[in-house]
Design a protein around this ligand. Structure first.
Ligand SMILES: [Zn+2]
Length: 291
């Protein structure tokens, strides 16, 4: 069971502090293998995948959360998505002419100075909303801590680790005082945060969640609700691809039919490809002309 990708929430029974710890490996593989990513891009994307699962775990409703980073650097786009059900997908686009070899480049070197990250939340029921975070701290984790402080007014600590085809994350959050009073919660927070700070990134990446939690908090063991399993999944479908093609309009579709005789479009997230032959295209041209 420790081999499966999962996310474990943990709660301290006598204070208003909660946490999440997770590890990704099998669900990360299809994401990292979809393209020939340079190692440093793999690392950043892996961290983003761990981050988006941590962020999605703080949602109070069903929905989908997307992190989308863009900037002037060699990594032109980074997308990470997670649902409340633990389904994840993600991708990065990068300039293939750039040499990513050498020392481990920083997030700023990869995404470029002034890069921004949009955090989009799409509730299953209700309107989507978006916040934008400047990626101006040295690490993705620090940028997200700022986001929680500003947008949610919650003190949050995040640790992210990536390597060897794995990603891991740890989140601590100080919730509004409910179980205990402020003074008690402040003390508990300081203590828990200090303990979490003793964890090395290797331990976070290599050890099962239960071992990490036992190692850190064996003196005040947290409650562990059922872990949530995490898995790769994509929302693409033939119907969506068809819709995208239709949106090109009659002229463009006719040009594709004339020049290529068919269309084949593959999903950037999962690689699944959808083929449309001349008959399909002709049908779409008729539909498009009627609208
Ligand atoms: Zn797909």
């Amino acid at each position: 069971m420790s081999n499966a990708d999962s996310k474990q929430r943990f709660l301290f029974p006598d204070s208003d502090v909660r946490g999440e710890v997770l590890r990704l490996e099998t669900s990360l593989a299809p994401i990292l293998q979809a393209r020939e990513y340079p190692l440093s891009v793999q690392g950043l994307l892996s961290e983003a995948m761990a981050a988006v699962v941590l962020m999605a775990s703080t949602l109070k409703f069903d929905g989908r959360l997307t992190l989308q980073a863009q900037g002037p650097g060699p990594v032109t786009l980074m997308l990470a998505e997670a649902t409340h059900e633990g389904e994840i997908r993600g991708l990065a686009r990068f300039d293939e002419k750039t040499h990513f070899e050498g020392a481990q480049p920083s997030m700023e070197e990869l995404l470029g100075e002034g890069a921004l990250m949009a955090i989009t939340i799409r509730p299953t029921h209700g309107n989507q909303y978006q916040g934008v975070v400047p990626l101006d701290a040295p690490t993705l984790a620090a940028c997200l801590e700022h986001y929680f402080a500003q947008s949610e007014q919650l003190t949050t600590r995040i640790w992210l680790a990536a390597g060897n085809g794995r990603a891991a994350g740890l989140l601590l959050q100080r919730l509004p005082d409910r179980i205990a009073d402020r003074e008690h919660n402040d003390d508990a927070w300081q203590n828990i945060e200090a303990l979490a700070g003793t964890l090395t990134m290797e331990e976070l990446l290599d050890l099962p969640a239960e071992t990490v939690l036992h190692r850190l908090f064996h003196e005040t063991p947290p409650q562990l609700p059922d872990a949530q399993s995490l898995h790769f999944g994509c929302t693409c479908s033939r119907e969506k691809v068809r819709h995208t093609l239709l949106s090109l309009g009659t002229g463009e579709l006719q040009a594709i039919l004339d020049e290529m005789g068919h269309a084949e479009i593959s999903c950037d997230f999962c690689g699944q490809s959808e083929a449309f032959d001349a008959v399909d295209l002709a049908q779409m041209i008729r539909e498009s002309a009627q609208n």
